[in-house]
Design a protein around this ligand. Structure first.
Ligand code: VGL
Ligand code: ZN
Length: 197
């Protein structure tokens, strides 16, 4: 079995002081760093939005962050401006080891958000990660990072659906938890056959 560690969106904007801070987001950094040496491959993702991205509430006059809108592909949460390409907020947390094998960026298409590391929020545009993993013979994934209830959740469910063995390490994740989104995410991951540890 070839096993990869997937490190989702451990970026400044998702850590305390950031534009879309996840409570305790920075606490995952030492946990994830310590996990890295045990894996055949380490893959990091970066949320990577152009300025004025359609997932930003600021792009929808009259709408507030954490409200909802309707996109061409369905309902979409509106977020504060975050992880703008090249900004400090989009950089990895300075304490995170980034000497992994691959960094994959997502959410760069102006009209589509992307929570999952595999498919964008239209649920069909691929990021390319599946091909990378398959061509490297990787069959098992351990997922960590931010946020448990959004990007980790969608990445884990997609990976399980693609046939990878998926474990989420909850001690290496933190959640946004708006309107019960953490419990819903845990249920969805369990239902998809993801192991929660
Ligand atoms: C994320 C909301 C918006 C995440 C990214 O990384 O979980 N959440 N963009
Ligand atoms: Zn985002």
């Amino acid at each position: 079995m070839t096993q990869a560690l997937i490190v989702i969106d451990v970026q400044n904007d998702f850590c305390p002081g950031g534009a879309l801070a996840v409570p305790g987001g920075d606490q995952v950094v030492p946990v994830i760093n310590a996990m890295m040496p045990a894996f055949d491959a380490v893959i990091l993702t970066q949320d990577w939005h152009p300025a004025g991205h359609s997932s930003f509430a600021s792009s929808h006059p009259g709408k507030d962050p954490f409200g909802m809108t309707e996109m061409a592909y369905g309902p979409q949460v509106l977020w504060p401006d975050h992880c703008v390409q090249g900004s400090d907020g989009a950089a990895f947390h300075p304490g995170l080891r980034t000497d992994g094998d691959l960094i994959i960026r997502k959410g760069f298409r102006p009209a589509i958000d992307s929570y999952s590391a595999f498919f964008e929020n239209d649920r069909k545009t691929p990021t390319g990660l599946e091909g990378y993993l398959r061509t490297r013979g990787i069959t098992a994934l351990v997922m960590t990072g931010l946020a448990t209830d959004f990007c980790v959740h969608y990445s884990a469910v997609d990976a399980a659906g693609l046939g990878f063995a998926v474990e989420v390490r909850l001690d290496a994740c933190r959640a946004i938890d708006m309107d019960g989104s953490l419990n819903a995410a845990l249920e969805a991951m369990r239902g998809a056959g993801v192991t929660l540890n």
